[in-house]
Design a protein around this ligand. Structure first.
Ligand code: NAD
Length: 318
């Protein structure tokens, strides 16, 4: 009899990495969580602390400290190594540093025999995901950036707050860059099945709501958190755990993540946030929503921003 144990390796045991580990073990998402960090003391400290949770968890999850060579039997490798943007920087400004860091990580992970899914969190995540796709040689469905998954959770939260409903009753997402240029196809946002545009039309009390302002709030809020606490961690950690659950449990959940477009939306050879079906095989399908002309234009503008920065990493000289 073979009993398969699920293993997730998190590279980068900083705030995002350790919060992701905490989220995975408290939700009992997998059998083993391994932390790898260039700062071995930091990884050891986080692992020791996390191990002491076990008594009060609903299952005995193994938490270990490891190295790249231990990725060979992992189902998922999450990369969170990299520094958060400083005040007055955008996520795109952290590209050079993040690219340098992931370059040192991907090769040894692949040399370990790893054949699972990469989940990229390090920013700017769309470009880093594309870079890892090229560096690793893995099929496109196995390289997943967190994309606009967290932004979409924020969008739903703000809409839920506005209409006093559970954010989980809101259906919708932002798309494009996980960054300032992301957009929302409002023609596809519904609350309890009713289009948000109809809700605004039908209710006088909502007639002054400016939908573009909500997207701006989504793009700004990460920086508002950054200003007061230095980084964001719980939202992204729970988002990563949600993506991992969908993969390991073969859920076929639709989540907007960063994936390679190959003709969808008339775009190719670029990673960006679009809704996809996620299951054990990773990205099963990209959902192509029918956008209005204005929405499609905004989406394409966002992709142009990603491309401009992707071109700054000379992938072909790697
Ligand atoms: P942090 O500084 O707290 O942690 C980064 C960790 O990476 C540190 O422990 C550092 O030692 C480690 N590290 C650096 N180089 C390494 C290497 N070569 N190998 C292994 N470990 C290495 O930063 P953080 O707040 O955890 O943020 C991490 C990344 O996540 C940043 O790029 C940030 O912008 C990004 N982030 C993304 C999202 C998203 O929605 N995608 C949300 C929040 C943060």
């Amino acid at each position: 009899m073979t009993i398969n144990r699920s293993k997730v390796v998190i590279i980068g045991a900083g705030l995002v990495g350790s919060s992701t580990a905490f989220s995975l073990i408290t939700q009992g998402v997998c059998d083993e969580v391994m932390l790898v960090d260039i700062n071995k003391d930091k990884a050891r400290g986080e692992v020791t602390d996390l191990c002491h949770c076990v008594e009060y968890l609903n299952r005995n999850i193994k938490v270990t400290e490891g190295d790249y060579k231990d990725c060979g039997d992992a189902d998922i490798v999450v990369i969170t190594a990299g520094a958060p943007p400083k005040i007055n920087q955008t996520r795109l400004d952290t590209l050079e540093l993040s690219a340098k860091i992931v370059k040192t990580i991907v090769k040894p992970v692949m040399d370990s025999g790893f054949g699972g899914h990469f989940i990229l969190v390090s920013n700017p995540v769309d470009i880093i995901a594309y870079y890892v796709y090229k560096l690793s040689g893995l099929p496109k469905n196995q390289v997943i950036g967190t994309g606009t998954a967290l932004d979409s959770a924020r969008l739903k939260y703000f809409i839920g707050e506005m209409f006093h409903v559970d954010p989980r009753s809101v259906q919708g997402y932002t798309m494009g860059e996980h960054g300032d240029s992301q957009m929302c196809p409002w023609s596809h946002v519904t609350v309890g099945g009713k289009r948000i545009t109809d809700i605004l039309k039908d209710n006088d009390e909502y007639k002054n709501i400016n939908l573009d302002e909500i997207v701006k709030r989504v793009t700004r809020v990460g920086f508002e958190i950054l200003e007061v606490k230095g980084t964001t961690c719980y939202g992204i950690a729970t988002t990563v755990a949600g993506i991992i659950k969908s993969i390991l449990n073969d859920e076929n959940k639709i989540i907007p993540v960063s994936t390679l477009l190959e003709g969808e939306y008339g775009e190719s050879d670029v990673f960006c946030g679009v809704p996809v079906i996620l299951n054990r095989g990773g990205v099963k399908d990209v959902i192509e929503v029918h956008m209005t002309e204005e929405e499609l234009m905004k989406f394409k503008e966002s992709i142009a921003v990603i491309r401009e920065y992707s071109d700054k990493i000379d992938i072909h000289r790697l």
